[in-house]
Design a protein around this ligand. Structure first.
Ligand code: GN1
Ligand code: MG
Length: 380
């Protein structure tokens, strides 16, 4: 990259010069800037002047150790999965460095660097010439996201799932999330329950639906697979030149799971007409055109691997995970914002309201969502 692409101001949040020294990177360190919109980790782009005078950036992240209690297991998962995906990309004649993450090990040969306070830092290659979007700009984006997440699913279909560490137990277990929400209401740690009676009532009215996917698995109708578990639309990198969804990022929660939660979460985040903390709820709705585009892309790349029961639950899954995330935001608001990073007073309550508004809109549109899936899979 030309050197004038380097930002003019840098972050002073950490001693970045000392941190980057732990990793064998070529060139002279210039500085670090905050990167991305994640709610969990601290992410920075770190800039270097290369020996030839050009500029290059890498991605440095501090893992949130409160949420991820076993950072070594987490990194073992990511290294194993990316090694596997790199081989699949190479076998298809694609560039592994643009199709999945490349983790840079420290001088000591470990995937993590621990700072003096015990903070865990990791480094990876910055995928240039591609970017993530908070909101889809057009249906083509969703189709590409669908193809990328579907390919991720298909590529990992023969990965030995039992070798993965469970980085967050019961991550997408909606009944367990519901129970945690009820506990948060009962504890009312931040004294906020009285201020969200309507949201609590909305959640309670839907308590009976939380077990549908877990039950389908328990009854042997949907299989356990290797899943991503955080398939937000903004976790797909879209190539600037070709518009192709090339790389699925944020692999922290890759674990055994149900493909329907992955499908649903991508629809929740990508096919909503508004961002997930939009306060004007009149803007929050499921865009059926975007839903169709995502489903078409996903079915194109993963469809052959899906069972009839999985396909039968595709339309339902976005509603369930949207409800689950609404429960998590509401519980976190009640707990005093202990989990998700907030940028303003009541941010988690705004997010919960937004997700519940999206649930209500999906409820109204469920027959149309079913029809779209039927049409795409020619079941009608
Ligand atoms: C968190 O930080 P981010 O955006 O990657 C969360 C997801 C939520 C998402 C909602 C480990 O992901 O489960 O769906 O926020 N990740 C974790 O924006 O809890
Ligand atoms: Mg994430």
């Amino acid at each position: 990259m030309p050197i004038d692409a380097v930002p003019s101001t840098f972050s002073t949040e950490h001693d970045f010069a000392a941190l980057v020294e732990a990793f064998p990177l070529p060139g002279t360190f210039l500085g670090a800037v905050r990167h991305g919109e994640g709610h969990i980790h601290d992410t920075y782009a770190v800039w270097f002047r290369e020996p030839d005078g050009s500029a290059r950036r890498w991605l440095l992240q501090r893992i949130n150790g409160t949420i991820f209690r076993e950072p070594d297991g987490l990194m073992a998962n990511i290294e194993a999965v990316t090694r596997f995906l790199r081989e699949k990309a190479a076998a298809e004649g694609l560039d592994p460095d643009r199709r999945t993450l490349r983790i840079v090990r420290t001088h000591a040969g470990t995937p993590l660097h621990r700072d003096a306070e015990g903070g865990c830092w990791r480094m990876c290659l910055f995928v240039e010439g591609a970017r993530t979007y908070q909101l889809a700009k057009h249906p083509g984006h969703l189709r590409e996201a669908g193809r990328a997440f579907g390919a991720f699913q298909r590529h990992l279909a023969d990965f030995p799932a039992h070798t993965l560490h469970v980085t967050i137990p019961r991550f997408h277990d909606t009944p367990a999330r519901y129970a945690a929400f009820e506990e948060a209401v009962a504890r009312d740690a931040a004294g906020r329950a009285a201020g969200c009676a309507a949201e609590i009532a909305f959640a309670r009215a839907r308590a009976g639906e939380t077990g549908h996917l877990i039950a389908a698995h328990a009854e042997g109708r949907v299989p356990m697979r290797v899943t991503h578990n955080d398939t937000k639309f903004n976790n797909v990198m879209i190539d600037d030149a070709t518009g192709e969804g090339i790389c699925v990022v944020d692999l922290d929660t890759v674990m055994p799971g149900l493909s329907l939660y992955d499908f649903g979460d991508a629809v929740r985040s990508g096919a909503s007409a508004a961002e997930e903390d939009e306060r004007d709820l009149s803007k929050v709705r499921l865009d059926l055109g975007l839903f169709e585009a995502f489903a078409a892309g996903f079915l194109e790349t993963a469809g052959a691997a899906l069972t009839p029961d999985e396909i039968g639950l595709l339309a339902f899954s976005p509603k369930l995970i949207t409800f689950e995330l609404g429960l998590r935001f509401l519980a976190d608001h009640l707990n005093g914002d202990a989990y998700f990073r907030v940028h303003r007073e009541g941010h988690n309550l705004d997010r919960a309201r937004n997700q519940f508004a999206l649930v209500a809109d999906m409820e109204a549109k469920m027959p149309e969502m079913e029809r779209i899936v039927d049409r795409l899979t020619e079941r009608d």
